[in-house]
Design a binder for this molecule. Structure first.
Ligand SMILES: Nc1ncnc2c1ncn2[C@@H]1O[C@H](COP(=O)(O)OP(=O)(O)OP(=O)(O)O)[C@@H](O)[C@H]1O
Ligand SMILES: [Mg+2]
Length: 230
């Protein structure tokens, strides 16, 4: 899906990600790392919201190193930011409807799939998104992104601030969405334990550098915690 070569990216002249080379296949690709490690910077760069300072990136074989952010949804990339990922004054139904404008399938068909993943949203269609609980808000943000029929879904810490039971529900829905629609998922997370349950491969970032990139199979928590603290 993504093929990234020597990615350097950050804010102004400051580089946060210094030299990242990796590819993301058709999989659940987890990005782990402590606060400030560069997870959000990486997802924003993949979504083209931050310019590459140097290096290149391809999406499905096509060079997207200079593609504007607004062209990424129609190229198949949906991005769910860490915060501010729904329109708080609009209803649940309106939020989903806005997401559903891209893609070719009828909106109703996609809505049914989202309700199947997140039945709770169906019960709250007319409620303002800003009045949802934290967990419901994350469900709406993921549901809205899925309404774009993406090939790649970039999720920035969807479990942040959620109670364990909500994290379980959300993560099983993410796994189900992957199984049913085949969407590639890039999941930035702090919750390493839960992430290991669903990821196919895991990258650990520390101070903007990649300290581990491995298949989940055979990976142990101690490998991850070691990479966190390099
Ligand atoms: N807008 C910005 N301007 C300047 N520096 C920034 C900006 N946003 C983030 N940074 C810096 O970039 C580094 C990486 O931040 P980033 O948000 O990517 O980390 P993160 O891994 O997502 O952390 P968290 O788990 O806390 O969300 C940090 O040192 C941060 O201070
Ligand atoms: Mg972040």
């Amino acid at each position: 899906m993504f093929d990234v070569q020597a990615m350097r990216s950050g804010y102004g002249d400051m580089a946060v990600l210094k030299d990242l080379t990796f590819s993301i296949k058709d999989e659940i690709f987890a990005v782990l790392g402590a606060n400030g490690a560069g997870k959000t910077t990486l997802l924003k760069t993949l979504a083209r919201l931050l310019p590459l300072q140097s290096g290149s990136m391809k999406l499905g074989g096509a060079d997207v190193s200079a593609t504007p952010a607004h062209a990424m949804p129609s190229a198949g990339v949906a991005y769910v930011p860490q915060e501010g990922n729904v329109f708080p004054d609009l209803s649940v139904a309106e939020n989903l409807s806005i997401g559903g404008r891209t893609g070719h399938r009828p909106k109703e068909e996609k809505l049914e799939e989202v309700f199947d993943l997140f039945p709770r949203l169906k019960e709250r269609l007319s409620q303002a998104a800003g009045s949802l609980s934290g967990g419901e808000g994350q469900m709406l943000a993921v549901g809205r992104a899925l309404m774009q029929d993406p090939k790649v879904l970039l999720l920035d810490e969807p479990s942040a601030g959620l109670s364990p039971i909500f994290v379980d529900t959300l993560f099983s829905s993410i796994e189900k969405a992957r199984k049913e629609s085949g969407v590639t998922i890039v999941l930035a997370e702090q919750n390493a334990v839960k992430t290991l349950e669903i990821a196919d491969r895991v990258m650990v970032l520390s101070l903007g550098e990649m300290h581990l990139l491995r298949e989940r199979e055979g990976l142990e928590m101690k490998d991850i915690t070691e990479a966190y603290h390099i």
